[in-house]
Design a protein around this ligand. Structure first.
Ligand SMILES: Nc1ncnc2c1ncn2[C@@H]1O[C@H](COP(=O)(O)OP(=O)(O)OP(=O)(O)O)[C@@H](O)[C@H]1O
Ligand SMILES: [Mg+2]
Length: 347
């Protein structure tokens, strides 16, 4: 491999336009200068020329001028029901290669209900749920309190707070209406999962018949799962045991991150297996992070998949997990780039 021209596409928090009445955690998903700088350094260290570009309306012009060989895409997108798919859609139109998932997988993964329907369809475990468009729909008979309420398509813990766990009808209606009004989207209500919380970072792609894994890092299916990361939020009393947007954005170093998580081999294997299956079910590419919680029955349930997992060089979950097995940030970033380059046959 020799150096490529890599356009680094991002949406910096500072440049995101906020509409009137935007919720207080509206910027939680967007990128920090530290992350963009970290990625730039990592790609340079990989021998590439890096062209950093803000992924706003100017991108249509700047990307054509930059004429990159490939893009490293972390852009969250500015608006709409499938914002994470916005930049990939533009790059598809222009025929420019880019890292990570394509349009449909990003659109699906942003919509937790759509993802859960798909997983349910292929027999993967995810908590029973209901989507509330209005707030006054009758609760489905299969759903029993306590329940958990969250926006159907946000990330970074947005819209998740101490009132997200609801014990009765009144609290449910109140939180559902708050989510719909504040985030201007349906509320997802699902069974509350009271057990331990894990996240599994993975890189790789499904192999074609007869295709060999890219390197010895990848298993015979073409994937590499990082050590399980357990997130223990108990040190943050105000978070009520939940990994909220306040904890994720303001107190990222406060939870105990246990990596590798202290679990028995059978559970570890099951979580890794489910993470790969969840990734394949939505047709994700190159990289993702899959979140789980254990239910009262002690079994793991899929919460969601992040097809644009945070890549902060210090505290993002997948970065912590890679580091735990000795993979540096530079290696992780270049591994993702190389997976995409291989798909586009750039190598
Ligand atoms: N059904 C549930 N039962 C218990 N806790 C839950 C449930 N759903 C979500 N949570 C808690 O809320 C947190 C955030 O939920 P989730 O991962 O679905 O949202 P997110 O905001 O998209 O997260 P990310 O930052 O990973 O993008 C979880 O990490 C977990 O602590
Ligand atoms: Mg999550």
């Amino acid at each position: 491999m020799s150096g490529w021209r890599v356009a680094l596409l991002y949406n910096l928090k500072a440049n995101v336009p906020l509409g009137a009445g935007a919720p207080e955690d509206a910027l939680a998903e967007y990128d920090t200068v530290e992350t963009v700088q970290g990625l730039e350094n990592a790609l340079r260290a990989g021998g590439h020329q890096v062209i950093p570009l803000e992924a706003d309306e100017t991108l249509l012009d700047t990307i054509r001028r930059a004429a990159p060989d490939i893009c490293f895409n972390i852009a969250e997108g500015l608006r709409g029901d499938a914002r994470e798919a916005q930049v990939p859609a533009l790059l598809e139109m222009l025929g420019i290669p880019y890292t990570a998932s394509q349009v449909l997988a990003h659109a699906l993964s942003l919509d937790k209900a759509a993802t859960k329907r798909l997983w349910r369809d292929v027999g993967l475990p995810t908590a029973p749920f209901q989507v509330f468009q209005r707030g006054d729909e009758p609760l489905l008979p299969g759903l029993a309190f306590p329940l958990f309420v969250k926006p159907v398509r946000e990330g970074s813990g947005m819209g998740i707070n101490s009132r997200s766990v609801v014990e009765d009808e009144q609290a449910l209606r109140q939180q559902v209406r708050w989510v719909i009004r504040t985030y201007r989207q349906p509320a997802l209500v699902e069974a509350f999962l009271g057990g331990r919380e894990f996240t599994v970072g993975l890189i790789g792609n499904t192999l074609a018949p007869g295709e060999r894994p890219p390197t010895a890092l990848y298993d015979e299916r073409g994937f590499h799962t990082f050590p399980l990361l357990e997130i223990d939020v108990s040190p943050v009393a105000e978070a009520g045991g939940l990994y909220t947007s306040h904890v994720k954005s303001d107190l990222p170093l406060a939870p105990n991150y246990l990596c590798p998580a202290p679990v028995d081999e059978a559970l570890a294997q099951e979580l890794r297996r489910l993470a790969v299956a969840a990734f394949q079910a939505i047709g994700a590419l190159d990289v993702a992070r899959v979140d789980f919680r254990l239910g009262g029955d002690g079994r793991p349930y899929l919460l969601e998949i992040n097809t644009l997992p945070g890549l902060n060089p210090t505290y993002s979950d997948i970065v912590i997990a890679a580091r735990a097995e000795g993979m540096s940030y530079t290696e992780l970033v270049n591994e993702i780039l190389n997976l995409a380059a291989k798909r586009y046959e750039l190598t």
